[in-house]
Write a protein that binds this ligand. Sequence first.
Ligand SMILES: [Zn+2]
Length: 418
Amino acid sequence: MGSFYASKVFPRYPPSTSYLYSAIFTLLESIIEIGDGSCDFWMDPWLHSGPLLNHSAGLVPVNDFMTDGYWNLLKLHEYGPNDQVSNILQCEVRRERSDEVIWKASNHGNFNFKATWQLIREIQPFSGVHKAIWYKSIPKKVSFTVRRIVQSWLPVDNILQKRGITLASKCQFCGSGENIDHIFIECEMAKSVWQYLHDLFGIQYKNYSSPFHLLINWLDKSPIVGHIRMVIACIALWAIWEGRHKNKNEDRVISKATILSRIFQQIKLLGDGGIFKPVNWRGDLHRVTSFGCNLRVESPSLPRVVKWTKPPDGHFKLNTDGASKGNPGESGCGGILKDKEGSIIMAFGVYLGRETSIVAELKAIQEGLHKLCIKGIRDVMVETDSQLSIQLIRSTCCNWKLRPMVNNIKDMAEICNA
Ligand SMILES: [Zn+2]
């Protein structure tokens, strides 16, 4: 009978694995006759007495597996999921506090709309060209224009025609039909500007198919992000668009020389503003004078003397450090324990996998203290170069992901008298 109702309501019956199915089955007092057995063992009503889930002993509170606020290992092994016991033991218990719901998407654990938006929004892959367009040394007015060019978002004649506006399409430089590829690539005016810039930087001129294709080539010829070549390419696109705009709306005749002088003027302005450093001109430093730019040469930073100081009499000193290649990235941590004479008592190094730099720093302290606890070494001074770690340990850690580690460090520091 249950099969009959279910097949009327849900043509895909069976299998049924959702709560909705189970709820409807319960309401209709239905039952599943076992065939290939693909229905859910716990949730589906394949037994006359109803779903097996209903026959469990009822809700079991977590503290049924604890004694005096600590995990009861015996009980966990006896009744708990055996493959999860080690995970359960690593779960921090915050004694003398009630259970608290943590919103995992935020650092502080409280619900907020910003974190929710980050969770649900679709993040488009960010191409190298787009990253270069928005680099900090490129003025925002240029970045916005270049983005509109590569996305074909400019109100050029052929696009306006497609939107139903009746007009005669005419390139403001040569009189041909106007579209984005023509203005920035195919027009003789654009070609002559690009030819000049290619020659200036010793880049081979190609038959580009679009502004995006051209930018890829200039990016390919740039040794670093934010290199002058990429900045020049973006500013040139912007200057061509500005020239077209002035020709059309201000009834002025903008020549190749005017566009080039606009490009040079912009580069000089940025250079005088201290935007460029020698690294931005890597490989092209001899061309700086052509633009009349002043490069800000920073004086090399002097080496700083770092000295290890002895701990007081009867004390040991634990020096720790953690590092990650990227944040997060491949990371590791290590430490060294010395006595007051500077003799090495113990040293360690641990590979941590992909972690953030703060986790690597905290992990170094945690690992060091853990080894001290095992060896029974007391009266220890802990030294780290991570100011953030010190702040987190001294204050009440508000980051729910770091909190268990910080609390563990505090507990072990107390044991080691650190
Ligand atoms: Zn043209």
